[in-house]
Design a protein around this ligand. Structure first.
Ligand SMILES: [Zn+2]
Ligand SMILES: [Zn+2]
Length: 356
């Protein structure tokens, strides 16, 4: 149930004075607190303001006790639901001879066909308060966060869990610097050994921060190596769901509570099926309407897996530009009458309340 810890936090942010002042204002504005400024060092201010912000709850006036706001429902936020290249494809919009209806619709910022790299945020209201646990930070993470984090009031990132090391899952690690420079001192990141080995090459300066020049600021990540066995993140038990994502290439899905998330899959090994039993909500890869590809399920295969796994509800993710949100969802709705299957496509920004 444990994850191996690698790396350490660099202790003092370069501009601690500015950092502490800024955090003080941001953390306490709007809250009826009366922490005296006089007599507290910047270290104290930093420590107290950080504690308030990381738990997303107000700090009481005379003690450090933390209060969980009532009525805060755990939920999943779909940070991104599309393929690596994103939807719309630029090439579809610039081709004078092609009419791609999905990309055309997706050019509208409010379209449900507009999809960035596949990722979810678990907002988990556990014993220690509301925690924000991100699964994957791909190439477009900044754009997704820009769109949804202010909208949904998401400030801290309490952990990042990695499914695999393709660019649409880890390409945004560099952008986490905004959090570790301006919101919180570091972010724990949970990653399989094979993907950590990739990060040593693609993000060598985040793994070994001794190479970073004095005065330069990079994401402060605490790497935890995970095995294909359950581990705990912010009091939440996470069970890896090992799958194939192309021949011989392993990717991880994750189960938390009765929710199973498998974003990149071409085949499910026999030994993973028992981990998918009694699933309330399955979130699964469905790239395109017809055939599967060597690395992803197509819709027919994804539906076959739904019939086999028998979750109460399914939301597909990772759709490319051939998947029209309204059209496919209308077809999928028919399966409820014919087979009793509750299956729909997800979309960027979708929020689903969950019980954990
Ligand atoms: Zn297109
Ligand atoms: Zn991938």
């Amino acid at each position: 149930m444990s994850a191996l810890f690698l790396g350490s936090v660099r202790p003092v942010p370069y501009s601690l004075t500015n950092f502490a002042n800024q955090r003080f204002k941001l953390s306490f504005s709007g809250f009826p607190v009366s922490v005296p400024r006089n007599g507290l060092s910047f270290h104290h201010l930093f420590k107290r303001s950080f504690q308030a912000s990381i738990h997303s709850v107000p700090l009481e006036s005379t003690s450090n006790s933390l209060v969980t706001p009532p009525g805060e429902q755990s939920e999943i936020i779909f940070v991104g639901t599309g393929t690596s290249e994103g939807i719309p494809r630029v090439s579809c919009l610039t081709d004078p001879f092609k009419n791609c209806p999905v990309c055309k619709k997706a050019a509208d910022p409010n379209s449900k066909n507009r999809r960035l790299n596949t990722s979810i945020l678990i907002r988990y209201n556990g014993a220690s308060g509301m925690r924000n646990i991100l699964i994957d930070a791909g190439k477009f993470f900044y754009h997704s966060a820009l769109r949804w984090f202010p909208t949904y009031g998401i400030r801290t990132l309490d952990a990042v869990i990695i499914t695999h090391s393709h660019a649409d899952a880890i390409g945004g690690l560099d952008d986490l610097r905004d959090w570790t420079n301006n919101v919180q001192p570091h972010i724990p990141i949970y990653v399989a050994r094979r993907d950590f080995e990739v990060m040593k090459k693609t993000h060598y300066y985040l793994v070994d921060t001794s190479v970073v020049l004095e005065g330069a600021a990079v994401s402060e990540l605490q790497f935890h190596i995970i095995q294909e066995e359950p581990f705990i993140v912010n009091d939440l038990k996470i069970t890896p769901l090992p799958v194939w994502h192309g021949e011989g290439y392993r990717s991880l899905g994750f189960r938390f509570g009765n929710i199973c998330y498998i974003s990149d899959v071409s085949d499910i090994p026999d030994e993973t099926y028992p981990l998918l039993e009694d699933c309330d909500l399955l979130i699964m890869d469905a790239l395109k309407p017809e055939r599967s590809t060597p690395t992803h399920f197509g819709l027919p295969r994804a539906l076959d897996e739904v019939r086999k796994i028998q979750p109460k509800r399914t939301l597909f993710t990772g759709m490319m530009h051939l998947m029209d949100h309204e059209e496919i969802n209308a077809q999928l709705s028919g399966l409820k009458d014919t087979e009793g299957l509750d299956v729909q496509l997800s979309y960027d920004g979708l929020r689903v309340p969950i019980d954990l």
